[in-house]
Design a protein around this ligand. Sequence first.
Ligand code: TMP
Length: 204
Amino acid sequence: MSLHRSGLLIVFEGTDGTGKSTQLQLLAQTLQEKGLPVVITREPTDGTYGKQIRELYANRDAVSREEELNLFLADRREHVDQLLLPALQSGKIILCDRYYLSTVAYQGAAGLDPAHILARNDFAPVPDLALLFHAPIQTGLNRITQGRGEELNDFEKEDYLRQVAAVFSQMDLPCIQRIDAARSIEAIRCDILERVQPFLEKLQ
Ligand code: TMP
């Protein structure tokens, strides 16, 4: 979807445990230090549908794959209407942890057609920049279980994540820039800043 907008939509995408959320916070901090108007958000959101989605983490088979897709889309519609569009129109720089490329990859890997999923997202503003993080699946899983001390949920099973990564790797959209997430936090932080810089220049 295109619209007159004066802000920026930067989304952080990739398989679990690739360091997206850490890098999102670091970028937010840098932009805020420059005095820029940053909005941090994520999907699934903390709204009604987002909460229903989080309940699925423990028991994904409670709904069909189509119903699961519909929940992610309903959550996104609410997010677009209530936060993303107003923030874009008022010139904010939105940093969003996951967006519709996650739906294409995760629900695509669950058996739905990726092209069909993308088409069903035509109501959602196209990101200016989608930073697509990739690292070996095992690295990501180790970060979740050892680094964060968490158990893997139903969306984080190894074979499934390999399929998710395969869908991500086949994506070819103009907004995507791939980030090698198997490097140090600092190296990735600098890389991201360089990629974001041209978008900031266009804003001014
Ligand atoms: P996270 O909050 O740790 O990023 O977890 C969100 C999980 O939800 C993650 O495993 C990916 C999954 N997900 C989808 O399956 N489809 C989607 O559209 C989105 C946004 C997330």
